[in-house]
Write a new protein. Structure first.
Length: 151
């Protein structure tokens, strides 16, 4: 019985290698995309960052915002090369793809990713600008009471 099982396993491995279906010796490494978290300075709603992309490469940024906030993101190269900008939520909602500017309202309270890619064959320095306007929620402001005066 052992010989039968051994022959079946050997035949299976041999068939897989002939068909090009050999199992990898170890799992493939995960792709790591560099990501920079954008934190706005206290009292500011705009951040401007500079970067440099090699041809065919990308860089990713992440920021947190609340549902209903208005925002804008733009990227411009410093040498005239076209760069692509993608903005999407951590839940997968795409706000834009491969444009150089996004302006709109954020649909959910979550982290959002900005991905800048360089499809050109030229190393490209760039500036990324992000503005997220503060939420305008109405605040209760008590009206002053008229003092009761007794004469």
């Amino acid at each position: 019985m052992k010989d039968v099982v051994k022959n079946v396993l050997t035949a299976g491995v041999l068939a897989m290698s002939i068909l090009g279906m050999a199992l990898p010796a170890k799992p493939a490494a995960a792709i790591v995309i560099p990501t920079h978290r954008i934190q706005f300075p206290v009292g500011s709603d705009t951040e401007s960052l500079r970067g440099y992309l090699q041809p065919g490469s990308l860089y990713s940024y992440v920021f947190n915002a609340h549902a209903g906030q208005q925002g804008s993101v733009s990227v411009s190269s410093l040498n005239g090369q076209r760069l692509n900008l993608s903005v999407f939520g951590v839940d997968g909602t795409r706000l834009n793809t491969n444009n150089q500017t996004w302006i709109g309202q954020l649909p959910a309270s979550e982290d959002y990713f900005i991905r800048v890619t360089n499809p050109s064959g030229v190393p490209t320095p760039y500036t990324l600008s992000l503005t997220i306007f503060p939420s305008h929620t109405p605040h209760y402001v008590p009206r002053p009471r008229t003092p009761f005066v007794n004469f």
